[in-house]
Design a protein around this ligand. Structure first.
Ligand code: IMP
Ligand code: MG
Length: 179
């Protein structure tokens, strides 16, 4: 597996430090909603699996977690194809504060679409948190409230991010060869 890795872009210690900082901000900003029992966290699977696991364990707040599966990159594609498949949103989002967690903001289509859908079922406040944001011109204009790292336009894997379903289990974020 490691022979296909060109270089590490963000190592595990830097990820852990940044997750801690994001958690501090989230506790401050979303604490009041959690106190009212209104906070719901929606991780976008599968890419945000480890980011979500690390982040939510640093949030000493009361909330429910309802993952939504979204697939947008079929097989060996490295460019966004828009949303191909999505599992249903959880019921009962009306009146709620929702935090969407995703691995990476690329074209912005995934977040823009989910945000619209979640507001459409009556959520009152929808925030989004991504670990990575690519420095690209986005197809969909979308505000992201919490960003871990801005990265150049390159295809990355690891810490949940995949290429053709592989490399999610790398503990660091890495750039593949020939990308
Ligand atoms: P967007 O809808 O174009 O913003 O795409 C977001 C989704 O595409 C992310 O949730 C990832 O699953 C996937 N994606 C975008 N860039 C990368 C990358 O560099 N590596 C792995 N997956 C990526
Ligand atoms: Mg994803």
């Amino acid at each position: 597996m490691n022979s296909q890795i060109d270089r590490i872009l963000i190592d595990r210690d830097s990820i852990a430090d940044r997750v801690e900082q994001l958690a501090t901000r989230l506790v401050r900003d979303l604490g009041p909603a959690a106190d009212k029992g209104s906070l719901v966290v929606i991780p976008i699977m599968t890419g945000s699996l480890f980011f979500t696991a690390d982040l939510v364990r640093r949030l000493p707040l009361s909330f429910r977690i309802h993952p939504v599966m979204v697939s947008s990159y079929p097989g060996k594609s490295k460019t966004s194809q828009g949303i191909l498949d999505q599992s249903p949103l959880p019921a009962g989002l009306e009146g709620r504060t929702v935090l969407i967690i995703d691995d990476i903001l690329d074209s912005g289509r995934t977040l823009a679409h989910l945000r619209r859908e979640i507001l459409g079922v009556g959520a009152v406040d929808v925030r989004s948190c991504v670990l990575l944001r690519k420095e690209v011109e986005r197809a969909a204009v979308v505000d992201c409230d919490y960003v871990g790292f801005d990265i150049p336009e390159t295809f990355v894997v690891g810490y949940g991010l995949d290429y053709d379903g592989l490399f999610r289990n790398l503990p660091d974020i890495a750039v593949l060869q020939n990308t």
